[in-house]
Every structure is written in C-alpha cells, then in structure tokens.
Design a protein around this ligand. Structure first.
Ligand code: GAP
Length: 466
C-alpha cells in the first residue's frame, strides 16, 4: 500500500517539481529508480560503483532490445548464426588478442587527495604542470593501466591460476570460428552473433549506466574474403544505421564518427562509431570495425592451429578478414530511455499546470504492452477486467491496475512507457466493448472485445512515433 501511494505521487510530480525541459541524466536516473528500471548495485551497503541492477521493467526493456537485435542479426540472415561462449577463457587468448599488451588507459594519481584520473580526460596544462585538477596537489607520472579484471581459477592464487574476465565477447567467436564452419557448414561470407557480459576496470564510470565495469555487448563478427572487406565494411555501416531507424530512434540524434589514427584500436584498419546525442552530449553507441585478419592470424600464431578458411569451390585458402559490429546492450538501454523520455504539457486536457512524463517506447520494446484498468473495482468490473487481461496475456506483456483515479493510472502507465491501456467500464458489461487509450496521443476509441487482439496487433505493426 505504501509503495502504491509513493508511486501515485511520483507520477503526479516529475516535471512540475523538478523544473521543466528536456531529459537530463538526473531525471532519467531518478525515473529509472522509482519505476523499477535500474537500481544501484548493493545500494543498502552504500552502492558499488560501475555496477547496476536491472529491475522488473528494466530487465523487460533490456530483453526486448536484445531480442530485436538478435532477430535483426540472425533470424533475418541465412548466413549469420548465434553463439554463447564462456566468459572465462584460456589466458593465452588475451595475449594473442593483444589485450594483455594494449588494452590500457593512461592513468595519473594525485599524491595529496588520492583521486585517480584518466590522463586523456584532464586538461593538458594539468598534465604538464603535474597539478591535480581537483585539489592542486602533485600528480604522479602517467602510467599504463590495463582494463582487464584478473582473478584466479582453482585453489591456488598464483600466476599459473591467473584468468581474466573477458573485456569483449568477440574473442569467444574467433576461437570458435573453425568449430562453427565445421558443424554448420558455413561458407564465406558468413557471420557469428553473440550477446553477453563483458567486464572492464573503468576508471571513470559516471553518467549512470553509460560506462560501467560490468556491461553487456551485442556483437556480430562477419568473416569475409580479403579484398572484399571494404565493401562489406560499408555494407554493414549501412545496415546498422538502418537498424536504428527501424527501431524508431530519433535519427537526428544519431551521427557517424570515423576514428582518427590516434583513436583506432590495435586491431582495426578502419572504424566508425555510431554516436547518440545523450543528455551529456554526443557519445559512442556502437562501433563498426574492420579488424582485418589480425585476430585470426594472432590466434594461429599463439595456438599453433591452422585457422585458414578452405574455399573448396575455388581451391583457395586464406585467413578471412573480419568486419565487426559491436554495440553495448546496456548502453542501448540508456539510449532508448533517453530517446523515449518526454515531458508534455497537457493543459488542453486539464488545468494549465498539468504535465505528464511519458516514455515513448516503440511498442515492440515497451516493458508492458497493454495495461488493463477497470474503471471501478465494484459491480463486477474488476472480474471482467481480469478476464480480459487473461485473454491478452497469451499475446502481449500485460499489467493490471485497479487502484486510484483513472487519470492517475494512465499517468503511471505513461511514465512506464505502456503504449496501450484498455479500460473496462459499465458499457463494457452491457455492450462488450472496451476503451482503448493510446499513450502518445491520449486518444481513446471504443473497440469490441472480440476485435481487441487484432486491433492491438495492427497498432503495433503500424506504430509511428508522433
Ligand atoms: N569488440 C570490440 C569492442 O569491444 P568497443 O568500442 O571497446 O569495441 C563496443 O566496445 C561497444 O561496447 C561500445 O560501442 C559501447 O556501446 C559498449 N561498451 C564498451 N565499453 C563499455 C562500458 N565500459 N560500459 C558500457 N558499455 C560499454
């Protein structure tokens, strides 16, 4: 009961109390917490930086984003298959991949306040004068800091038992590439897609779930014949751009950024980021990389195994080039939350101070697709609403809410991003029709119960953000 009251308050407050305007990271973080999208990890112990927990609405949103990507990258392509490789891999993998040597950030510490900074993120004059940007104390020399988390496997904690938490999912794909060719009779060009956790000991983890130490990636590695790599690189750039368009993301909030020579990762010949205009500015959302034959050549060298592709049609052998598309799943969750966030004055529907916070998720991504709301609990309306809900449950993610004024219940659903509400009233008992209310336009239409599922399916298929 207590929880529900605070929920009503939060749905009614938001814009009016926090100042009107665009999405800010504070507003997104606070909405994410109060509505159960994302919580700070280990909050009751003061929190664990760099780690976040996904609540009931957050896990639904994350799962739907992952499912949309999986469908796009596997189901819609005959030549792309999936994989779920282990997080723990042989330590030699990370020597071969170059991560032991090169996966580092430049780091400086303040001898006085003990704060730690990434040298490439503080002003140049602080580096030359060796002055701490926070307290003016003396900074240490810049040193390389490897981002990989180390742990030990087995009982002994010595160098023989050293093992890393993977910093990218990609290597699990490369070491399985021959297995997949053999088991699934893949022919070049072909791809392998994977969704999974990755870990990086990030020094700077601000901006909510943007950069964290534990996160998830959506990666696809596309194996191509050398010489065709640039063509495939451009093709995948086009496809990944079109994907975000299909997802209904605001396209003027996306742009390309090509890596300059000083930004290129140790494995890349060419790389473009898709950047999104987050509340803190333009930031990387996804990378498309031409990784050449670097990874497979290095694994050949370090494992002693022949990783050449044998082209039986042309009697040819070569190490394939790899085009990689690599997005953050958890970073996509943040992007979708920011993209969907809206505050709208609805004066024409009520008084001038009436505002609502609404998450305009695409119905395919919304954690709840349909909420069923009886106008009253009494006179058999709740029973009828539950009966309709049971019917909808088989086809859609549903919610049921019978507490409080109907206007407040609509606001709660708007704030959770529910695109459709179905209201059951006295007319529903008599005529069998219900009210279908649209989140974005707030329009309401009457629909016969028998036509409800078909109508919802049509609305989802034809959804366009207004
Ligand atoms: N396999 C290539 C690779 O990992 P990356 O540019 O380092 O490339 C790919 O990472 C994507 O993973 C980024 O575009 C970003 O969306 C996500 N990502 C990387 N580091 C992250 C972090 N610390 N927290 C959240 N997401 C991260």
């Amino acid at each position: 009961m207590q929880e529900q009251q605070s929920d009503i308050k939060s749905a009614d407050s938001g814009p009016a109390e926090s100042g009107l305007g665009k999405a800010t990271m504070e507003k997104i973080t606070s909405l994410a917490k109060r509505r159960g999208f994302v919580f700070q990890s280990s909050e009751i112990y003061g929190g664990q930086s760099g780690a976040w927990d996904y609540g009931p609405l957050g896990i639904e949103l994350k799962n739907r984003i992952a499912a949309a990507w999986w469908k796009e990258m596997t189901q819609l392509h005959d030549e792309i298959v999936g994989l779920d490789a282990a997080i723990l891999m042989h330590p030699r993998v990370w020597e071969a991949s170059g991560h032991v040597e090169n996966f580092t950030d430049p780091l400086v510490d303040c001898k006085k306040c003990k704060n730690r900074f990434r040298a490439d993120m503080i002003p140049e004059e602080n580096l030359t004068s060796k002055k701490c940007p926070d307290c003016g104390g003396e900074l240490t020399d810049t040193r390389k800091f490897n981002l990989m988390f180390k742990t030990n496997i087995g009982a002994a904690e010595d160098s023989a038992s050293l093992i890393y938490l993977r910093p990218e999912t990609a290597q699990g794909i490369y070491v399985n590439y021959k297995n997949i060719i053999q088991s699934n009779r893949m022919k070049i060009p072909f791809g392998i897609a994977q969704i999974g956790k990755a870990f990086r000991n990030e020094i700077v983890t601000k901006n909510f779930i943007f950069r964290t130490c534990e996160f998830e990636q959506l990666e696809m590695q596309y194996f191509v014949k050398p010489g065709t790599d640039e063509e495939w690189f451009n093709e995948w750039r086009k496809r990944r751009w079109a994907y975000y368009e299909k997802l209904g993301v605001k396209m003027d909030h996306l742009r390309w950024h090509q890596h300059g020579p000083d930004e290129l990762a140790h494995y890349a010949k060419d790389a473009y980021d898709i950047q999104y205009l987050f509340p803190m500015g333009w930031r990387e959302l996804e990378g498309v990389h031409n990784r050449t034959d670097y990874d497979l050549s290095r694994h050949t060298q370090y494992s002693g195994k022949d990783l050449q592709y044998i082209d039986q049609d042309n009697n040819d052998r070569y190490i394939p080039y790899i085009i990689e598309t690599s997005a953050g799943l958890t970073r996509n969750v943040l992007m979708i939350l920011c993209d969907a966030y809206d505050e709208e004055q609805i004066a024409e529907k009520g008084d001038a101070d009436d505002w609502r916070t609404v998450l305009r998720f695409h119905p395919n991504l919304a954690p709840i697709t349909v909420a069923v709301l009886p106008l009253m609990k009494k006179d058999g309306l709740a029973e009828l609403a539950q009966d309709i809900r049971r019917e909808l449950m088989e086809d859609f993610a549903t919610d049921y809410d019978q507490g409080g004024a109907i206007g407040r219940r609509y606001r709660r659903q708007d704030e959770a991003g529910t695109p459709f509400c179905v209201t059951i009233d006295y007319e529903s008992k008599d005529s069998g029709s219900v009210t279908l209310r649209f989140r974005d336009s707030m329009e309401q239409v009457r629909v016969n119960r028998a036509e409800l599922i078909g109508r919802l399916r049509k609305e989802i298929k034809e959804y366009k953000r207004i």
